[in-house]
Each structure stands twice: as structure tokens, then as C-alpha cells.
Design a protein around this ligand. Structure first.
Ligand SMILES: *Cc1c(COP(=O)(O)O)cnc(C)c1O
Length: 217
């Protein structure tokens, strides 16, 4: 369990599926991790991190960034409309665009500030009622809506149901990305990054396998 082990898992999976490892970005999800573990991973030269809560990210990342301006931060957890401005100021990528209202707010603020993070539409591939993400049947419309707003939409993201084989969900996400001509797929976590890479993941979001078990949550 370490950054090095995770990098080798990614390299082996890329190799096994004829993928170029340079096309796969490791987003180290540091939510609920103590700062010394983040320090250690930064010390090993890693710069791409994910957080799932805006407030926690705001508390810890500006200080790291002051020291290391090349840090790249990805938001992987739910985003409320009234927090969009703050999220856009902090994050380089937002993986959780799941409704037109959110996309419209992002577009309005991007118009004011002249900049916008890279965006991913989150798809609820399992159509789970309690889970974030646009319904599978509405995904194409939301992609079209983001494009009509001229947003920098890079790809799709999913978080498969815990009790189902993830590969089917990764394959579905790949299919939706394919027919919409989207180059990026944010999928795969500590337990299933190999399956995700087999299905074309370009961004794997890995927490516990990089840092160790989380305190809570
Ligand atoms: C926590 C989290 C991850 C990382 O999960 P691990 O199982 O620790 O690798 C990935 N994606 C999202 C959206 C998360 O909230």
C-alpha cells in the first residue's frame, strides 16, 4: 500500500491491455487523510490529488500550493450550486457535473472570471436513487447541454454500485463517452483500477491504496 505500489499496478494494467501508461493519470484521493501522509506523497514527487469536500480541500491545499505551484487538484465529491464559485477558484478539474443547473452556473462564473476547470459529467451508471450522477438515459442530453454552454468538457466519471462487478459499469461509461466523442474516463479506485484501465480509464481516483486506510468515512 503506497504510491509506488499503486504506480506499478497502473503500469502493469496498462501493459496488459496495450495502453500507454502516460495516458493514465493517477488522481491521489487525499480526503480524510492526515497531512503527514499527503506530505510524504508530495515528497515522492506526486502532484495530482483529489478531494471530495470543498471545505476540507480549502483548509489544506492553499498552503501546499503556495510551496508547490504545480499541484493539480480534482474535485471528486458532490458540489452544491452555491459553492461553485469557490470550487472553481480552487480546483483544476471538477468530476461531478451531474445536472444542467450546475453546468449553467459554472458557465456563468467562467464567463465572469475568464477561466474554467476541466469538467467531467458524472453518470449514475447503476441508476441508484441515493447516488449522485446524471441518469444513464439523460447523459447524452447533459453532455450536449454542456457543449451548448461552451464548457471545457473532457469526459465522464462514474462510481459503480459497491455490490456489482465494476467492469459492466466501466464498459457502459466507455460506451457513452465513445458515442459522445469524449476523450477522458474518470473511473477506477483502489479495488478496481485494473478493470477500469482495461476499459479505457484515463483518470483513476485512488485513495486508500496510495495513503493507507482513512480515519473515517
Ligand atoms: C474516496 C473516493 C475515491 C477513492 O476511494 P479508494 O477506495 O480509497 O481508492 C475515489 N472516488 C471518489 C469519488 C471517492 O469519493
Amino acid at each position: 500500500m503506497s504510491l509506488t505500489d499503486t504506480r506499478s499496478r497502473i503500469a502493469r494494467a496498462a501493459d496488459a491491455h496495450g495502453r500507454d501508461v502516460a495516458d493514465i493519470s493517477l488522481v491521489a484521493v487525499s480526503k480524510l487523510q492526515p497531512l503527514d501522509r499527503i506530505e510524504a506523497v508530495l515528497g515522492q514527487g506526486h502532484r495530482v490529488f483529489g478531494e471530495n469536500r470543498l471545505q476540507e480541500a480549502q483548509e489544506r491545499w492553499p498552503a501546499f500550493r503556495e510551496r508547490l505551484p504545480d499541484i493539480e487538484l480534482h474535485l471528486v465529491g458532490a458540489l452544491q450550486t452555491n459553492k461553485v464559485r469557490a470550487a472553481m477558484a480552487l480546483f483544476d478539474a471538477i468530476h461531478v457535473v451531474d445536472r444542467l443547473k450546475l453546468a449553467t452556473t459554472i458557465a456563468r462564473i467562467a464567463g465572469e472570471t475568464g477561466s474554467c476547470p476541466d469538467l467531467f459529467v458524472q453518470v449514475n451508471t447503476g441508476n441508484e436513487p441515493q447516488k449522485a450522477g446524471v441518469a444513464v438515459d439523460d447523459a447524452d442530453d447533459l453532455v450536449a447541454g454542456c457543449r451548448a454552454l461552451d464548457l471545457p468538457l473532457k469526459g465522464l466519471m462514474c462510481l459503480p454500485p459497491v455490490d456489482e462487478p465494476p467492469s459492466l459499469h466501466f464498459a457502459l461509461l466507455e460506451k457513452i463517452a465513445d458515442r459522445n466523442d469524449l476523450p477522458c474516463l474518470s473511473m477506477g479506485m483502489s479495488g478496481d483500477l485494473e478493470e477500469a484501465i482495461a476499459q479505457g480509464a484515463t483518470h483513476v481516483r485512488v485513495g486508500s491504496a496510495v495513503f493507507g486506510p482513512r480515519d473515517r468515512g
